[in-house]
Design a protein around this ligand. Structure first.
Ligand SMILES: [Zn+2]
Length: 285
């Protein structure tokens, strides 16, 4: 009886030891196979192809899922343009551009270049591009014929050359009122052909702050508010089109545009825009 009891006790002890060992083995197995404790498995080709960023394979370096890189603004190009000057506001516009490290193309009117030659020269001296917006800006006169327009261009050249010393290598031209103005309808195609044949290029715009278009100001907002609202609306058209070069129309003759310019430039910089001059626009080929 007592032997029996002793055997039973021995068997129970063996079973207990076996159980403890099995539990220990199981725990050890689990610890050795948790991802934190082991070398991370290499990314499979599928994972890599799907955009997983793998740095220095085999070093146990971090594997980042795509999209976890630090956000960077997508670089985009904007061509700021100021029409109808030079005028009393031009020096201030140049100061603001300098302050933000921005550059712009100034479509100047020949009669004003003659009136403010020092401002025209300053446009060029401070790294901006001077461009042609006719001599008189008188739409009835400019569009009498293609010859009349080309004469305006020749007169503008004379004014700009005498003010600035030399003309830009690539001369940009903008039609007064834009190339689609009804005043130019009968002659615009011929004018475009002659501009290009003479080695120049013409430019309209695809964005603006509506500073000469109060028709859209249905809420009768003060100028600054309406121009800023127009700016925000038009620039948002390009949110999903980073490849489209933006040619933005302002008038330096409009005080409201000068007032909002610092906020506009700050916003454009935040959106990742690079300021370019129209002599580097893709239209030149
Ligand atoms: Zn104009």
């Amino acid at each position: 009886m007592s032997e029996n009891t002793s055997e039973q006790k021995n068997s129970a002890l063996k079973l207990l030891l076996l159980g403890v060992w099995a539990l220990y083995a199981l725990i050890a197995f689990c610890i050795n196979h948790t991802p934190e404790n082991g070398t991370p498995a290499a990314a499979t080709p599928e994972e890599t192809a799907a955009g997983t960023t793998v740095s220095a394979a085999g070093t146990g370096a971090t594997v980042l899922p795509s999209g976890s890189e630090p956000a960077a603004a997508v670089p985009r190009d904007i061509y700021l343009t100021f029409d109808d000057g030079p005028c009393k506001n031009t020096p201030q516009v140049l100061d603001i551009l300098d302050h933000y490290g921005a550059r712009a193309t100034f479509f100047t009117v020949g009669t004003y270049v003659d009136r403010y030659p020092e401002y025209a020269a300053e446009i060029v001296n401070r790294g901006n591009l001077i461009a042609c917006h006719s001599y008189t800006h008188d739409m009835k006169k400019c569009y009498t014929s293609a010859d009349a327009f080309m004469n305006e261009l020749a007169q503008w050249r004379q004014a700009a050359q005498s003010a600035c010393g030399e003309l830009p290598e690539r001369l940009c031209v903008r039609f007064p009122g834009g190339s689609t103005t009804k005043y130019a309808a009968a002659v615009s195609e011929e004018i475009k052909q002659r501009i290009v044949a003479d080695g120049y290029q013409w430019f309209d715009w695809n964005a603006g702050d509506n500073d000469k278009w109060q028709k859209g100001n249905t809420e009768q907002l003060p100028d600054e508010e309406y121009f800023m609202k127009s700016y925000r609306e038009t620039i948002s058209w390009f949110d999903d089109e980073p490849e489209t070069p933006v040619v933005f129309l302002f008038h330096d003759t409009e005080d409201g545009t000068v007032s909002i310019l610092p906020a506009v430039l700050q916003d454009l910089i935040g959106r990742g825009y690079r300021f370019k001059l129209l002599d580097s626009h893709p239209k030149w080929g």
